[in-house]
Design a protein around this ligand. Structure first.
Ligand code: MG
Ligand code: MG
Length: 270
């Protein structure tokens, strides 16, 4: 198994600064979400904001065997689970829009995602969003010293499966630090008491990816975009957190996003 890097308090403060810029970049993007806006525009807003604060968009140019990711945001609409590209597509009333973003600042990454309803969406879709977000916080509650990685996944899976939702298996959360993706992997499913032990100073991206229908996903020909095989909607919420004794500390924030949502009539709070 690859090395898990524990972060010092100084390093955690640097990640927290990165995470603050990330939280505010998300909020800048949220201000633009409405029918008619292209997802390319959202990407541009995010990149400009991040660079204005001396950050680097973590995803832009991120390289895998599929090549380089072209954008600052992953924009995943409706049946797309994660890793969708921004494009000339114009948002429509009823869309479900997942926005995932990462910021590198001070040499450290932070990573978080939020899923928005565009205008009014179906009640069953709204419920999926609410329960996926709730599952994120239940996972975070387990990110404490004395627990194991499997406790996080168990908490998420146990909660969402009671609504007959699917837990995507192919994609998982991860450690975060000098690299965007570090060890350990943090699945959104698992067994209590299994997996690597959680230690003070581990920084983890916890990110439930939950589907309204079956859990199976397929990858599009672009090598990146992951969508549900049954074409039902998916939701994705993510925080970067640090494992602590007693209570995990959430480094990223939805506070700024939710301030924007409260001031718009176009979005309903998840
Ligand atoms: Mg992410
Ligand atoms: Mg992530």
């Amino acid at each position: 198994m690859k090395m898990i890097f524990l972060k010092s308090e100084e390093e955690i403060l640097l990640i927290k600064e990165s995470a603050q810029v990330l939280g505010k970049a998300h909020a800048e993007v949220a201000k633009w979400i409405k029918p008619g806006i292209t997802t390319n525009k959202l990407d541009k807003v995010a990149e400009e904001y991040i660079r204005d604060y001396q950050g680097i968009p973590s995803f832009k140019g991120y390289t895998t065997s599929s090549g380089k990711f072209p954008s600052s945001l992953c924009i995943s609409l409706n049946d797309t689970v994660v890793h969708g590209f921004p494009s000339g597509y114009q948002l429509q009333e009823g869309d479900v829009l997942s926005i995932d973003c990462g910021v590198k600042l001070n040499g450290f990454h932070s990573d978080s995602a939020y899923t928005y309803p565009v205008g009014e969406v179906r009640a069953e879709t709204m419920a999926l969003l609410k329960h996926t977000k709730q599952s994120l916080y239940l996972g975070i509650e387990q990110a404490i010293v004395g627990k194991r990685v499997g406790d996080i996944g168990y908490a998420i899976q146990n909660y969402v499966e009671r609504f007959k939702y699917g837990v995507v298996r192919e994609l998982v959360g991860h450690g975060v630090g000098r690299e965007l993706h570090e060890s350990p992997e943090v699945p959104n499913y698992g067994k209590r008491g299994q997996g690597p032990a959680l230690k003070e100073g581990m920084v983890l991206a916890i990110e439930p990816m939950i589907t309204l229908g079956k859990k199976d996903v397929v990858q599009e020909k672009d090598g990146w975009t992951i969508r549900t095989s049954d074409r039902k909607p998916a939701a994705h919420f993510e925080h970067t957190v640090v494992v602590r004794k007693g209570k995990a500390e959430i480094l990223t924030t939805f506070k700024y996003i939710e301030e924007v949502i409260q001031h718009t009539t176009l979005m309903v709070s998840v």
